[in-house]
Design a protein around this ligand. Sequence first.
Ligand code: ADP
Ligand code: MG
Length: 563
Amino acid sequence: MNRASSENRIIPSVLALPEKLSKFLEKLLRFRLPSRRRFAMRDVLMALGSLLILLLSGLIPALRSLRMPACLAAAILSCAPLVLQALPQIRGKRMPAEETVLILSAMLAFLLKEYTAAVLIPALGVLLFQTEAYSLLHCEAAPDALNESDPALRRQVEDADPEDSKRRRLLASGLFGAFCLLVLVAFITLILALIHWREPQKWLHTALVFLALSPMTALCFASLLTHFGALFSAAKSGIQLRDGTVPERFAECRLFAFGKTGTVTDGRFIISEICPTGGIGEDDLLRIAAIAECRSDHPIARALRAAACLEEGVIPNGFQNSEEIPGRGVSTLFSKHQIYVGNAALLEDHEIWYQVPAKSGSAIHIAVDGTYRGHIMIADSLRENAFEALEELRAQGVQNLVMLTGDVRSAARRLASSLNFDMVKPELSPEEKGSAVRYLRSVHGEKARIACVGDGFHDAAMFEASDISLSMSPSGGEKTDIRICSEDILGIPSAYRFSRESERILQIDAITVILVKLLLVILGCASILPLSAIVPIDFLVSAAAVIFALTSLTMEKRKSAFR
Ligand code: ADP
Ligand code: MG
């Protein structure tokens, strides 16, 4: 595909993003929210203009006598953007819910001679809508920051569907319920006001408090932003998350199980010693091992081929077939000779006697036609920053770090103690790694959430038993929830931080907004606080929630805000 046509395909998918976002919001509250709102300077200016009129009519003594007509003009000016937003929705046969509520509130406030509230309610409503629209603009522009990087990462962001997160769906339904409830209570109060016409002022005031505090979209936007924030920050750091449920599930993990080879070590093995037996030469032993491994993708196989100068992808003459035995090694038929290359367990499985290596470390044993031919000592080095990555996880609240490896006890033990692992279980077959994770769950309780990190080779059983699977391999390997494409092990604590932080931001937002609204309803109904104070407080808290959630889009630039 040429460059121009590939660009053509990316551009429409970027343009589709706002459509996807508004579709999500539409689904979110089951009816058409003002999600089609676009950021419009015109609306901001109209709202600010109406606030200015309100201010001047209150401050300048000469204008005091004109307060009522001035406020009427200001209220009409600030309601105009709401009407302009509502019209296309009505034409599209949708109900403009929040706009209608705000316009009704302004009219009711005017009727009650609450002139300040009559201007504040629509004007601050418009400003809040515009803050939300501004935050959406940020989401739309964000994939451009990923232009250069992996197309898969870009797709992750573009295809993000906040609907797939259970907690967000629950929050959205709850907010929709709260909105309906407040509007319903307001209408019941209005009806009561009509029946008990003796004290209409009091009932109408109560209805107005409920109506003015009913809009809930700010929290929906905050939820949407934190969801995208986790995905963007991850993608910008070269981390691919499978779907929107990953951050909320990952944030709950307090126990991490790591593989060794290719996970905390770089998987680039070097050969430290070749120990042939029975008169065979060192080069011959290495060549036999490399030939037997010619089909394997395991890091050990790649190292043996490189050491024997056997080109990648070349199948030597005489090769018949090869079978990979996960966690053990390979069994290969070459020129009618049966070759086993792998760990001690592989030879034990076939009842072949082998020599115990004189030095501690990882040995790859070689047997031909049932006869032991020697072993090759191999070692790989720790990944850069492995220690820092594990310490960072601990600092963020991870309680248990466990190493599950197929490698021998001595090598595993040495590595685990140098990295301060809490537990280590060596010499595990891939299936046993799965059982080990299930065992950990039985020890730490069914509610324990376990994250498993591997290089993607023979990790299927371990990943299957985990709550969240992470792979350190940029090429994929098994399908995992989180893929660290950059191969930088610090990507693991970063992904964890983005998940926890985005969840925390949403939690703080939700708790603050809901509590403040509740408090304002009580203070407003009891006439302790006037509407001219309630409306600005509600606006400030809601706008702050949206802006705070917006910070989740740049989490990768900051150090953790929560510890
Ligand atoms: P880890 O648990 O450290 O990721 P693996 O499960 O991938 O390790 O492998 C466990 C052990 O099995 C290795 O240390 C090695 O001894 C042996 N092994 C696995 N695959 C191969 C192979 N292709 N060639 C030689 N040995 C292998
Ligand atoms: Mg492995």
